[in-house]
Design a protein around this ligand. Structure first.
Ligand code: 13P
Length: 283
């Protein structure tokens, strides 16, 4: 069933686990994630990024995700990932998204507060949860690129002020992760995470979690991370499976014979993440 992000955030915060938020671009990806969540009896976020919306069109993404959520035996929230404008948030709410992220992290602090407040004002009366970002998460995610040198970590005191003034449900924080493929092993600032957790009472979100070692993920969850975004590792699983079919059966021309195994491979990756995040059996 389709539920508000709020519901998933609250349950995760109380239960001390994190819900996976997986990026979606087409039917097979949506099915892979939903099947994985059902098999693991886990709540889940499906989320559409700027690139995903541009690729599939918001009508297709919303219709596919809603069909999947309505049919699902587990709670599913449909989230806008890294919303860039108020109008885009409004458009997503109109299309039935049950969660939105407004990413004002590139803006000066007061402007980030102002746009986040504006989004909360319209989203909350619609039953839609709001995630914001404070600090800058490095790396490239579809259309948005943040140089490593530009990435700045979230300040706990600023986080407290931000949450109090905006009334967001969730906060994406910068503690050393980055979107995309890591060059070395990412080092997370757990001390900072603990201080942020102490300073605010909202769900904390970890972006750029692909390639972060399992131990670090477990520790982040134990310190209060409630939502974990994964995209790159899903892309890798999907594409490697397609490549394998092309390599072993170069004469294959049925798209279903390429995308079916890709869907299966992605499902296994999602299942492993769900178990790692501690959300298995929580639906
Ligand atoms: P990765 O691509 O590094 O998994 O990051 C996904 C993400 O944070 C989406 O917002």
């Amino acid at each position: 069933m389709l539920v508000s992000g709020k519901e998933l955030f609250q349950a995760a915060k109380q239960g001390g686990y994190a819900v996976g938020a997986f990026n979606v671009n087409n039917m097979e990806i949506i099915q892979a994630i939903i099947e994985a969540a059902e098999e693991e009896k886990s709540p889940v976020f499906l989320q559409a990024s700027q690139g995903g919306i541009k690729y599939a069109g918001i009508e297709y993404i919303a219709a596919l995700a809603k069909a999947a959520a309505e049919k699902a035996s587990v709670p599913v929230a449909l989230n806008l990932d890294h919303g860039t404008s108020f109008s885009q948030v409004a458009q997503c709410i109109r299309h039935g998204f049950s969660a939105v992220m407004i990413d004002g992290s590139q803006l000066p602090y007061e402007e980030n507060i102002a746009i986040t407040q504006k989004v909360v004002d319209v989203a909350h009366p619609c039953g839609v949860s709001v995630e914001a970002e404070l600090g800058k998460i490095g790396g490239v995610e579809d259309d948005i690129s943040v140089e490593a040198a530009e990435a700045t970590f979230t300040d706990p005191q600023e986080a407290a002020d931000f949450v109090e003034r905006t009334k967001v449900d969730a906060l994406a924080i910068a503690i050393g992760t980055a979107h995309g493929v890591y060059k070395g092993e990412p080092k997370l600032d757990f001390e900072r995470l603990a201080k942020i957790k102490e300073a605010v009472d909202v769900a904390l979100v970890l972006h750029g979690a692909s390639g972060v070692p399992d131990e670090a993920i477990r520790k982040a969850v134990s310190l209060g991370i409630c939502k974990i975004n994964i995209d790159t590792e899903l892309r890798q699983a999907f594409t490697r499976a397609v490549q394998e079919v092309v390599r072993t059966k170069p004469e294959e021309i049925d798209p279903r014979k390429l995308l079916g195994p890709a869907r299966e491979a992605m499902k296994e990756t999602v299942r492993a993440k769900i178990r790692l995040f501690g959300s298995a059996g929580r639906a």
